[in-house]
Design a protein around this ligand. Structure first.
Ligand code: DX5
Ligand code: ZN
Length: 228
């Protein structure tokens, strides 16, 4: 089943609890929380205190996307703040396998995030320890960017590798995931959609209606694919 994960960096920071509760009640599957340090990416977002606010507002899984240098130094902070899933960028740490083991040792789902130019082959030797892969489909750091077209094939290639080796790994896509890009990312094997300004946080209408409309669109796309 395709999972919808609002990207909370796009939410109304002055009404974060309200937005989270509205999205939760509308039926989203998880919450995607981008953590940025102004060093790994040229932007800042929120920290563990905001994660605590979100944790208190929902029981849905919190997916922490660490876009920070040396993520291994901060796993405890986000684990204690209530993370259910933590992804780290392969480009941000020297000892990827070790930090993934640390995340798993805390009973938290472990993910690896790949920048657009980072090849799939780079995670070959950690596929046995991860639960999901976050494929950046824009350059990380800012909402509102354009999908990078070569990422369609990257999704397909990762999906083929997962299928071939029978790994139990989900593909998450992050960046300009909206009505124009969803059909093809689903067709190529994506399962977890990070939904920001391209799909949920648009200027008009309620968040509730945006979720319902997006879910209907996704289900309609699936029907077309299976020919129902
Ligand atoms: C990129 C961000 C964005 C955001 C989604 O670093 O992670 O992808 O969550 O927002 P849109 O839909 O505007 O790309
Ligand atoms: Zn993200």
């Amino acid at each position: 089943m395709t999972m919808i994960g609002p990207s909370l960096m796009c939410a109304d920071m002055g009404n974060l609890k309200r937005d989270v509760q509205e999205l939760d009640q509308a039926g989203v599957d998880f919450f995607h929380i981008d953590i940025m340090d102004g060093s790994f990416v040229p932007n800042f977002t929120m920290g563990p205190d905001m994660v605590n606010v979100i944790r208190a507002a929902t029981d849905k899984p919190l997916d922490i996307h660490l876009m920070i240098m040396r993520p291994e130094e901060h796993i405890n902070l986000f684990a204690d703040a209530g993370a259910d899933m933590i992804s780290v960028h392969i480009e941000s740490t020297i000892h990827l396998q070790r930090v993934l083991q640390t995340i798993k040792s805390k009973g938290i789902k472990a993910g690896v995030a790949l920048n657009p130019s980072t090849p799939i082959e780079s995670i070959e030797y950690v596929m046995d320890v991860i639960d999901y892969v976050t494929l950046m489909t824009v350059n990380p750091g800012f909402a509102g960017q354009k999908f990078i077209p070569t990422m369609y094939n990257k999704i397909k290639k990762l999906h083929q590798l997962i299928e071939k080796e029978s790994y139990n790994i989900l593909i998450q896509v992050d960046g300009n995931i909206g009505y124009e890009t969803i059909p093809k990312v689903l067709e190529n094997g994506a399962k977890m959609l990070v939904c920001g300004t391209s799909s949920l946080f648009k200027s008009k209408g309620s968040l509730h209606d945006a979720v319902i409309h997006l879910r209907q669109f996704i289900e309609g796309t699936a029907k077309v694919k299976t020919g129902d």
